[in-house]
Design a protein around this ligand. Structure first.
Ligand SMILES: Cc1cc2nc3c(=O)[nH]c(=O)nc-3n(C[C@H](O)[C@H](O)[C@H](O)COP(=O)(O)OP(=O)(O)OC[C@H]3O[C@@H](n4cnc5c(N)ncnc54)[C@H](O)[C@@H]3O)c2cc1C
Length: 374
């Protein structure tokens, strides 16, 4: 389990000392960066407003290969070889060429943190001046600063406010019960543009609705989906989900995960991409710490690495816009045709290769040169 350094009340003393690397945000992206820096000898300071693993930020389903590549198997709650897709006019069952697993968020974060040698402090990050980050416990400085704070991109210069920003909204409930299938619903009864899901995870099921249109409120239809499944709408969690890639560097700072829009459009899968870009960022930071590169070279390389994925994100965004336009009566036959095994293998193979588990390697040390996955 992580070593907790949460400060409460009188213990909430000012942060002290400068770090070599300041990683703001200790969820998927921030922990992936910190993990990639383990053994570098640098003083790495991780900051988050909550304790590590305290606030679950997603339905926590990811390709099993990624969880294995990072040694996180113990956090797996359930593994799925099939995806069940429901439309108002029929249901298709896709046999996947690789598996998805749901996992326990606190346990996964704890396992990742165990593999870091970073220090951790709870602090709310409010902004920065240059390379000094301002928090509710005072300032912290480092030559290398990472924003892994999620969609708000707190350390960026430009605000990003829903509902005008390119954000989807997601909400889910977590009733206690066991279930078997990984299921999604493309059904306007739940959301005009988006999908509903049911992801079992051992003794709980994560049932939710995501809307690509940030103006559509998903609370009522999340309850509706839960009720349709005979489940109690209890234990809510939700958030905004970026669906457009943003600059991965800005004014000397590295942005990783949702803060860089690394979550994939259409599927809203952002965990493995947070791992993938977090590892890429960590490798660049290591090179700077070793003295092999300047910070500016690392910023440029990481920026280019992220931007090289832009066309893949653009295609996924096109698909995100197209799916809601397909008339419902055509959707079921289209999804049925796409269920042909050769098509499933081909499309899901391509999809995984956007951020493949092989990129993790043993994660340490960094292979050279840094290249985008084909
Ligand atoms: C309902 C829902 C379900 C989802 N399901 C899935 C799924 O099953 N699979 C999948 O791949 N993706 C899923 N996603 C998307 C996924 O959750 C995100 O893409 C992913 O969490 C991004 O990781 P991150 O580390 O960049 O950001 P986050 O996980 O959002 O982490 C940001 C961290 O920064 C901290 N933080 C934020 N602001 C501050 C501040 N001011 N000061 C200090 N700390 C701060 C937060 O506490 C948090 O720990 C889902 C999203 C939603 C909303």
């Amino acid at each position: 389990m992580p070593q907790r350094k949460t400060k409460r009340g009188a213990e909430r003393t000012p942060l002290t000392g400068d770090a070599d690397v300041l990683v703001c945000g200790a969820s998927f992206a921030g922990l992936a960066v910190a993990r990639a820096l383990a053994g570098s000898g640098a003083r790495v300071l991780l900051l988050d407003r909550y304790e590590i693993g305290e606030r679950q930020t997603s339905a926590c389903a990811a390709p099993t290969g990624w969880l294995e590549a990072l040694g996180l198997e113990d956090s797996i709650r359930q593994t799925f070889t099939e995806l069940v897709v429901h439309t108002p006019h029929g249901t298709s069952r896709y046999r996947l060429p690789w598996t998805f697993s749901t996992f326990d968020y606190p346990q996964l974060c704890g396992l990742l943190f165990d593999r870091c040698d970073a220090e951790f402090e709870t602090a709310k990050v409010d902004g920065r001046s240059g390379f000094t980050v301002h928090t509710d416990r005072g300032d912290a400085s480092a030559a290398l600063v990472v924003d892994a704070l999620g969609w708000r991109r707190v350390l960026g210069g430009q605000g990003f406010q829903p509902p005008d920003a390119p954000l989807s909204r997601g909400l889910e409930v977590h009733p206690w019960r066991a279930d078997r299938d990984l299921e999604i619903w493309i059904d306007r009864r739940y959301v005009p543009a988006g999908y509903g899901w049911s992801f079992p995870a051992g003794d709980e099921v994560r049932i939710g609705v995501g809307s690509f249109d940030p103006r559509f409120h998903v609370r009522d239809t999340t309850v509706l989906l839960a009720e349709d499944l005979g489940a109690d709408p209890v234990r809510y969690q939700g958030n905004w989900i970026p669906h457009r890639l943003r600059d991965a560097t800005e004014d000397g700072v590295f942005f990783v995960g949702d803060s860089a829009g690394h979550c994939l459009p259409l599927t809203a899968e952002g965990i493995r991409t947070a791992f993938y870009f977090g590892i890429a960022c960590g490798r660049e930071l290591r090179a700077v710490l070793r003295g092999d590169r300047t910070r500016e070279e690392a910023l440029r390389r990481y920026h280019e690495f992220s931007a090289a994925h832009e066309w893949k994100y653009r295609w996924m965004l096109r698909a995100q816009r197209l799916v809601p336009r397909v008339p419902p009566r055509l959707l079921a036959p289209a999804i049925g045709v796409m269920g042909a095994q050769r098509f499933v293998d081909w499309s899901f193979g391509h999809y995984l290769r956007i951020a493949p588990p092989s990129f993790a390697g043993d994660s340490l040390p960094a292979p050279e040169p840094l290249r985008a996955a084909a």
